[in-house]
Ligand binder design. Structure first.
Ligand code: PLP
Length: 380
């Protein structure tokens, strides 16, 4: 089965991890500092804070913003549940907003219409790896005095008007899960230019304690204080070493992903049924995922038939995502309902994620395009 996504780990990555295993620090050591420095350089920000996973990164952001009960945070409906769950962790209310029909990115006008006196922040999700319209969202956030946050878990390596993702919002969250642009096994990062926020994020990832064990060791002191309620969201040095080794290959990974996506785009250009997502000309996409929307009105069958048939032929298609407000938890506990975000809901019925990862061959990609064209042709 050709999977929809897959990590690329080489001997250099393995050697970096082994080096840490032979060193004095397995966690909260120098490998974390080095990874954070390298990540901040790639994102073009002053600070990068490494945490246990992308969800922890989003949770830490909500805590740093002091989101709490009564506060509303705007989240696009078309995303992974973690983009909204982080608001619930803090007792806040995610408010689901619809997406643009061609890019499936947060619709700035719909976001503006959803703002109330309780709104505190907007989570922009760089769906598939294409950055949102940050100029429009910044203008909106400024007008209404909101914090603009990026869930950039898909988008490491992408750019908006020449600027790297990570530097486009007040704080940006990244995931280092194996299917994401680079991996540390599990891991996450928050980037920001704000020193005060970076300090809060570091305290939050370490139980709310204001110093870490290395700082105390260096001072020869035992005393520490827990001043806020935090979590153990630290990233280990083992993970950080893998993340840093992977980061050196990000540019190569990204260009290979973009080449495969270009191959797909060309194969599906003007196709009556298989419609790739629209890419805006002022941005580059990291292509964490490659999605198409099937024009099911021209098909004698539905997306699920095509999905199953692809899998039967060894092509590990997937679907990203079930709109978050349709999940039973949200319907039962947040009173969300179908019909709330009609564009995301309609897109969900048509979406298909095709295999895309850097070590995939052109022959693999041709096999995907031929199989999908043949299949959709047979159901016309
Ligand atoms: C992967 C992902 C997350 C969560 O990241 P984890 O590292 O798996 O916790 C959050 N938001 C989006 C959009 C993601 O794709």
């Amino acid at each position: 089965m050709l999977p929809y996504g897959k990590q690329c780990v080489d001997e250099e990555d393995i050697a970096a991890v082994v080096e840490v295993l032979r060193s004095d620090y397995l966690t909260t050591g120098p490998a974390v500092d080095l990874f954070e420095e390298a990540f901040a350089a790639v994102a073009g920000t002053r600070h990068a804070v490494a945490v246990a996973n992308g969800t922890a990164a989003l949770h830490a952001i909500m805590a740093a913003l002091e989101i709490g009960p009564g506060d509303e945070v705007i989240v696009p409906a078309m995303t992974f549940a973690a983009s909204a769950n982080c608001v619930l962790y803090q007792g806040g209310t995610p408010v689901f907003v619809d997406v643009e029909p061609d890019t499936l990115l947060l619709d700035a006008a719909a976001a503006e219409a959803a703002i109330t006196p309780r709104t505190k922040a907007i989570v922009a999700v760089d769906y598939a790896g294409q950055p949102c319209d940050y100029d429009a969202l910044h203008a909106l956030a400024t007008r209404h005095n909101l914090a603009l946050i990026a869930d950039a878990c898909h988008a490491l390596g992408a750019t908006y008007k020449g600027r790297p993702v990570g530097s486009l919002a007040l704080m940006s969250a990244f995931s280092l899960h194996p299917v994401k642009p680079i991996t540390s096994g599990e891991g996450g990062v928050i980037t920001t230019d704000d020193a005060g926020l970076a300090r809060r994020l570091r305290i939050f990832r370490n139980h709310g304690i204001t110093t870490d064990h290395r700082q105390r060791e260096q001072r020869g002191a035992h005393y520490y204080e827990m001043c806020t309620l935090g979590y153990n969201y630290r990233l280990s040095d083992i993970h950080a070493a893998l993340g840093r080794a992977q980061l050196t290959k990000l540019a190569d990974f990204t260009s290979r992903r973009q080449a495969i996506a270009a191959h797909y785009n060309k194969a599906f250009a003007k196709h009556p049924i298989v419609q790739p997502l629209t890419m805006r000309p002022d941005r580059t996409c990291s292509y964490h995922l490659y999605m198409v929307q099937l024009q099911t009105e021209h098909l004698q069958t539905n997306r699920n038939t095509i999905f199953n048939a692809l899998r039967q032929q060894g092509i590990g298609a997937n679907v990203h995502y079930i709109p978050v407000h349709l999940h039973p938890y949200y319907r039962n506990h947040q009173n969300t309902r179908p019909g709330q975000c009609p564009i995301a809901e309609a897109a969900y019925q048509r979406l298909l994620t095709l295999p895309l990862f850097p070590t995939m061959s052109d022959i693999n990609a041709d096999n995907v395009t031929h199989t999908l064209k043949k299949l959709t042709g047979s159901y016309r």
